[in-house]
Design a protein around this ligand. Structure first.
Ligand SMILES: Nc1ncnc2c1ncn2[C@@H]1O[C@H](COP(=O)(O)OP(=O)(O)OP(=O)(O)O)[C@@H](O)[C@H]1O
Ligand SMILES: [Mg+2]
Length: 354
């Protein structure tokens, strides 16, 4: 059995370096609630290389934002990091003090949080909000930029996200949704981070604006040669952006693969259903839904969380077997158990149960 971390080889992009920017190891983030422990992220392992665009998809409630917040060490009670590592360029973020982590935020790793466009300060001009972000994260002992310098930096940031300089003088309510999202991205990239996490940056925007925002994110990624984690649930949208796709289900990764492999040859039953449910223009496919409900992450029974919804034939005993994330071909990782993949027997030798 292979136990190394999923990284991607044979990606469609050529500017991905071999250097690992971020390595997540068996990360666990739990919420302690009066009704029990919600295991929102339950043992996630993957690697992100410098310059790589990694899309993380999964249904609502599968733990994507919980992961994003934990990587930034922004988990708040009743949530806590219950174990694991998040190693950014060799430094385990989980062990850092709050002060050390504050320095890393924005300057090395930036988050454009879910709903960022609605979290801009309504009574502050856009330019001042961007400037505040820069000042807040100024390295120790660094000289405060002059007013003119700051104005130039704000202009440059607005330009990089495709906004006119005059936007600096506007208040958030004077901006469209797409413009607000761009401002949120400008704040995110203001200190040239090497890793950008964008949590559903296009939800609540119309399809044209969605596409433009993705193009802008792509340009920013290229300009910084950043590694990007793009969180989304629309497989179709992320397909055009990502080098690598990771699919989460109930707090775990069920499949990680280069984008083409994910679309041409998904192995796990859940990504297969997700991909089948993408509407296409050229063939009038019957709409395929995903049967059943996603499980409650509260006191999840041991075994394969997808089993109750799996279209495959398997016994109750098989459903109780914990799937293992295994590299089935270079860069292609799949959580294997009998309920999770068709032709399981083909892969049974990769896991130590039959
Ligand atoms: N503060 C909290 N207290 C208790 N449970 C929480 C809390 N925040 C999130 N959860 C639970 O953790 C799980 C994962 O939530 P999370 O927001 O990470 O999902 P998500 O994949 O980002 O969903 P979406 O696509 O809707 O944004 C859900 O079951 C959710 O109910
Ligand atoms: Mg979310």
């Amino acid at each position: 059995m292979t136990t190394a971390t999923p990284t991607v080889t044979g990606s469609v992009q050529s500017n991905i370096s071999d250097e690992v920017a971020l390595r997540v190891e068996d990360l666990k983030v739990y919420y302690e609630t009066p009704r029990g422990t919600v295991k929102a992220v339950d043992g996630l392992t993957f690697s992100l290389r410098q310059g790589e665009r990694f899309a993380l998809v999964g249904e609502s409630g599968s733990g994507k934002s919980t992961l994003a917040m934990a990587l930034m060490r922004l988990t708040r009670p009743p949530g806590h990091i219950a174990g694991g590592k998040a190693i950014l360029h060799g430094t385990d973020l989980i062990g850092l003090s709050e002060e050390e982590m504050r320095k890393i935020r924005l300057s090395q790793m930036a988050l454009v949080p879910q709903g960022a466009m609605n979290s801009l300060n309504p009574v502050m001009r856009v330019g001042n909000q961007i400037a505040d972000g820069i000042l807040d994260h100024l390295p120790e002992g660094a000289q405060k930029p002059s007013k003119d310098e700051m104005r130039d930096r704000v202009r440059d940031l607005l330009d990089r996200v495709g906004l006119q300089p005059m936007v600096a003088r506007l208040f958030p309510h004077e901006l469209s949704g797409g413009m607000k999202q761009r401002v949120a991205m400008a704040i995110g990239i203001s200190l040239n981070p090497s890793v950008i996490i964008a949590d559903e940056p296009t939800s609540a925007l119309d399809v044209i604006v969605q596409r433009q925002i993705m193009q802008t994110l792509g340009r920013l990624q290229e300009g910084l040669n950043a590694a990007v984690i793009l969180v989304g649930h629309d497989m179709g949208l992320v397909a055009q952006f990502a080098d690598t796709v990771g699919v989460m289900y109930a707090g775990k990764l069920v499949e990680v693969a280069p984008v083409r492999t994910m679309f041409k040859n998904p192995l796990h039953a859940y990504p297969r259903l997700l991909i089948d449910s993408i509407p296409t223009m050229d063939e009038k496919k019957k709409m395929v839904g995903i049967p059943g409900m996603q499980p409650s992450l509260l006191n999840l029974p041991p075994g394969d969380a997808f089993a109750p919804r799996s279209p495959l034939q398997f016994s109750a005993e098989d459903a109780r077997v914990e799937p293992k994330l295994v590299e089935v071909e270079p860069g292609h990782w799949v959580a294997l158990s009998r309920p999770s993949v068709e032709d399981f027997d083909k892969y049974a030798h990769l896991v130590d149960y039959r």
